[in-house]
Ligand binder design. Structure first.
Ligand code: BG6
Ligand code: BG6
Ligand code: GLC
Ligand code: GLC
Length: 943
């Protein structure tokens, strides 16, 4: 019997377990992980909605760009006055950030004073609120003996949603929390503050930056921990910010780097997105708030509302007879009687129940021990829901960052502030645990911002100051590469003068204007099998070209030329070429064919016939001895003879520009210019024979005869007249070797100290000055010189001049092309820099890309101006008002660089408006052109 009684006693006791009835009553507030994941997913969708231009206007979570582009890197310095408005306390501070000293080393000193803000100012006139702010500021300066005469930069933490147009311009979208001052919505708050400071008078304050408290918190914590990329506030209000990729921030122009986005997540749910999680208590809290219908998520989470939620639950339970035997006191009916501080006290480890009892007694209630347990449990459920919701929001942000970085696991730090997080005994632990449960694969650290947001605000201001001054210095450097229209005209004029002087060969001339002995572009009648050799670009190539009724077949093999061969003896170089040719013939099974051969030799050669030419001087890093002044065809023949295992019939020596022109002219008869923008830079074009003075009269006469031989035989009757008329029209392709422009100093106005450095360190100082500003072999070096300079001046790579950076040649043209092609948040740029052993941050990557852009743009413009001179000359030669012409182009810079071709074309269009220039990229390299020339030359031999 007793046993039965005992069982029913325990049973009834169990049934009466006060927490159970609370659990039942607040069932809707207890969120499970799958519900949290669901909320997290909804928030992730809100993030996208807020960021995109199309959906931003309708989005509730505003995702506001903050114009803060980097987290601290320890180089911040300066003294700042700071204002901190919008949390539970309004503070004025002085913050001193000492150079090169992190927080841990005591690098930041702060003094602060809290000024109360009377309630009537929070919902009075906006101007009065700001007058109070500015008067408090002046009071602070006076009290701390801070000079009123000196100028003080000011950092302003303003913890409300603002649409920021820049760091020092932010329009208040709306008030939140307990503020509702009139006349400020839509206004630039920085301006409002400046005007108030002016009204107060007697201070010299420069408001440099305004930041949200979340941003300031992230920055404060980021000074200590470089992984801190998220800022979180769980205080009077709640909110979070994080570093987003610029390419996703539609509201701000530019795709590069990152920007901190203030989510304003408090507004999550304002459009009903959380309706299925909202309880009657949330609805009551909202209805009685200063901003009904707004900040729904905030009202479920933040300190301003937690106490109120607990009060409403307790009140309802009491009314239902579930607490205090159904007794309800007036105090319990009164809004604001339970605060977040009470909630925190009720949940204290040891004294929680006692505190709960004290609080309830203060509310004129007479709680039983079970009532205390129940009310404490209400408090736990309400605050637990808050931390759960924050965890869900945070999980969404961290997932977003993980997706942005394309990572499976994330290592990140969240900087946190706010009274709830700081004073509630269980909150941080619960939050951390749930976040880690929702994101098991990520390593999330929480860093408490121990001294408020003003350090962070000062750091933003310091960064703003530093960036502005760095920007100025970087811009000044890059401006050296900017070419004005006058500069470009000067280049065009000087190119034109150079072309004429080279043709006349009078006086000193820098542009060699070498006759190529190619007088026709192809006519499509070429046929047969030819060998083409191609030396002077990135690689040596051997090709077999077969022309057959407009069909061309090409077989080729590439052979790298080792540096020691490029810079050894001439004999070694040509022996190496012969060796490669032998290998190719073996490979093709044509060792005994004695094929007619066209030899593309991409260096300046003084030709006296189509198949002879003395090398004038090496260019592009070649410097094999005993070649200059010698006939390179002979040298190749000799090398082949030395081997004595195969033979070639070398019928044409061809510059790569000429080969390219011929190759393209095979497709388009209007192609009368060949341009190379590759390892080197050069151009050839069809010049009127009569203008080429260096072709002796005798040769010219012979040429005329040769040119018109065919017609003479067939149409003898018209001979005299036709020869005369056509001689007028006769042309020869001239290899300009325009890379030599400027060797006489004519480009001095645009040459930068970096060009001088590159020239001095080259194998041919003083030579090929234009080439050194325009071609792949040198652009990387110019970039490296600029980076070296910026680093030495502390504007890049945190001033670390590494061995890598000091290594000539590390920046290959392909890297320039890749760096400039990268718009994927600079990930590739960083990857390339990393591969080169350069430890870069996001700002470094932006600068490196800008340097590459400035250098390559100038290169394309210079080529454009040069080409404009050439097409205008051709037009004038032909006495035309309008010239329509095609340029055959080759070279890695033209083909692989993302912007070079476009800038080049645009420059020509602007600078030669009377010419319509079509660009035809050469498909098969200049080897095909060399074979075409060989075909014509062989035919002549055979005639
Ligand atoms: C403070 C920051 O530490 O935390 C404020 O300095 C911020 O900028 C505040 O608004 C948030 O917490 P609370 O609880 O004061 O609103
Ligand atoms: C190739 C030509 O296609 O382009 C070469 O066949 C030429 O003769 C070269 O020198 C230029 O490009 P790069 O970038 O290899 O110097
Ligand atoms: C409110 C504000 C927001 C602020 C947050 C925390 O949600 O709208 O800007 O960050 O409170 O103080
Ligand atoms: C260098 C050579 C020139 C060649 C050009 C492109 O400028 O001197 O002959 O055409 O490079 O390869």
């Amino acid at each position: 019997m007793l046993a039965v009684h005992l069982v029913s006693f325990f049973f009834s006791k169990l049934q009466e377990d006060p927490t159970k009835k609370v659990d039942r009553f607040l069932h809707a507030m207890r969120l499970h992980d799958d519900q949290l994941t669901d909320i997290s997913m909804r928030f992730l969708a809100e993030i996208k909605k807020g960021l995109s231009t199309e959906s931003h206007a309708a989005a509730t979570v505003k995702m506001l760009p903050t114009h803060v582009r980097s987290t601290p890197d320890g180089t911040e310095k300066g003294q700042f006055i700071a204002l901190d408005l919008g949390g539970s306390k309004f503070k004025v501070l002085q913050v001193k950030v000492r150079e090169d000293k992190g927080l841990r080393k005591g690098g930041v000193e702060m003094e602060e004073k809290i000024y109360p803000i009377p309630n009537e100012l929070q919902d009075g006139r906006g101007a009065e609120l700001f007058d109070h702010v500015s008067e408090s500021l002046k009071d602070f300066l006076q009290e701390k003996n801070i000079s009123l005469e000196e100028k003080h930069p000011l950092a302003f933490t303003f913890s409300f949603p603002c649409e920021q147009l820049s760091l020092d311009k932010g329009l208040l979208l709306r008030w939140s929390k307990n503020y509702k001052a009139r006349g400020l919505q839509g206004k630039n708050v920085v301006q409002v503050l400046r005007e108030a400071i002016d009204r107060t008078g007697g201070m010299d304050i420069e408001v440099l930056a305004m930041v949200n408290d979340t941003v300031a918190t992230m920055m404060t914590c980021g000074f200590d921990d470089k992984y801190c990329n998220v800022g979180l506030i769980i205080g009077t209000g709640t909110n979070a910010c994080y570093m987003e990729q610029m390419r996703h921030v539609d509201l701000v122009e530019g795709d590069e780097g990152r920007m901190c986005v203030n989510t304003e997540w408090g507004a999550f749910g304002d459009d009903g997105a959380l309706n299925d999680f909202i309880t009657e208590f949330d609805r009551d809290v909202d209805a009685a708030s200063m901003n009904p219908g707004k900040q729904i998520f905030e009202k479920m989470v933040s300190g301003m509302y937690l106490g109120e939620l607990v009060r409403l639950v307790v009140l309802k339970m009491a009314k239902r007879g579930l607490l205090f035997d159904g007794f309800v006191s007036d105090a319990l009916r009164t809004k604001g009687k339970i605060t977040t501080a009470h909630v925190a006290a009720m949940e204290e480890y040891r004294n929680g129940l006692k505190n709960t009892r004290d609080i309830l007694v203060q509310l004129d209630l007479a709680p039983s021990p079970d009532d205390c347990v129940a009310v404490q449990h209400v408090s736990t459920i309400v605050s637990f829901r808050s931390s759960n919701l924050v965890a869900a929001g945070l999980a969404a942000i961290l997932t977003r960052i993980k997706q942005n970085r394309n990572l499976r696991a994330l290592r990140i730090t969240v900087g946190v502030d706010g009274t709830v997080y700081k004073t509630h005994p269980q909150y941080p632990k619960r939050l951390h645990k749930v976040v880690r449960r929702l994101l098991p694969e990520s390593q999330v650290r929480f860093a408490l911002s121990d001294s408020g947001s003003s350090k962070g605000a000062a750091l933003v201001t310091a960064v703003a100051q530093r960036l502005a001054s760095q920007r100025r210095k970087v811009d000044e450097t890059l401006s050296l590469f900017k070419l004005s229209p006058e500069h470009l005209q000067l280049v065009k004029d000087s190119m034109r003068a150079g072309l004429e002087a080279g043709l006349r060969r009078t006086g000193p001339f820098t542009i060699k204007m070498l006759p190529s002995y190619v007088c026709h572009t192809p006519d499509g009648q070429e046929y047969g099998k030819y060998l083409a050799l191609d030396l002077g670009g990135t690689n040596f190539r051997a090709l077999l070209v077969r022309f057959k009724k407009q069909r061309t077949r090409l077989y080729h093999k590439i052979y790298p030329i080792p540096l020691e061969i490029m810079q050894g003896t001439g004999e070694e170089l040509f022996d190496h070429l012969a060796e490669c040719v032998c290998d190719f013939l073996d490979y093709m099974g044509m060792k005994n064919a004695r094929l007619p051969t066209g030899f593309t030799f991409s260096f300046p050669c003084e030709q006296t016939a189509i198949d002879t030419g003395n090398l004038v001087s090496w260019t592009k890093g070649f410097k094999a001895t005993d070649c200059e002044g010698h006939d390179v065809v002979n040298m190749l023949r000799e090398a082949i003879k030395r081997r004595n295992d195969f033979d070639l019939d070398i019928v044409a020596l061809v510059n790569d520009t000429v080969g390219t022109m011929m190759s393209c002219a095979y497709e388009d008869p209007k192609c009368e210019i060949g341009l190379i923008a590759g390892t080197g830079s050069n151009l050839c074009y069809m010049e009127d024979l009569k203008n080429i003075e260096k072709i002796e009269q005798k040769t010219m006469t012979e040429k005329k005869k040769e040119t018109f031989k065919g017609e003479e035989d067939e149409q003898g009757g018209m001979k005299a007249e036709k020869t005369e008329g056509d001689a007028e029209m006769a042309k020869m392709c001239i290899n300009t070797e325009w890379g030599g422009l400027g060797d006489d100093g004519s480009l001095r106005d645009i040459i930068t100290p970096f060009d001088i450095e590159v020239d001095q360190q080259s194998v041919n100082p003083g030579k090929q000055r234009l080439e050194k500003m325009t071609s792949g072999m040198y652009l990387g070096e110019v970039v490296r010189q600029v980076l070296l300079d910026l680093t030495r001046r502390g504007l890049l790579f945190r001033g670390h001049v590494t061995e890598t950076l000091k290594t000539p040649g590390i920046f290959e043209t392909k890297y320039l092309s890749q760096i400039e092609s990268d718009n994927l948040a600079l990930l590739q740029v960083r990857c390339i820099l990393q591969k080169l052993g350069l430890d870069s941050n996001c700002d470094d990557s932006i600068i490196v890309k800008e340097v590459c852009g400035a250098v390559s743009r100038r290169a394309a413009q210079l080529c454009g101006a040069g080409l404009a001179a050439v097409v205008d000359k051709i037009r004038e030669n032909r006495r035309l008002d309008h010239l329509s012409i095609t340029v055959g182009v080759d070279g890695a810079l033209y083909k692989l660089h993302p912007h070079f071709s476009h800038v080049l074309q645009e420059t020509v269009r602007v600078m030669a408006p009377q010419c319509e220039v079509v660009f035809l990229p050469s498909e098969e390299g200049s080897g095909k052109g060399a074979a075409l020339i060989a075909a014509v030359a062989r035919n002549k031999q055979n005639m």
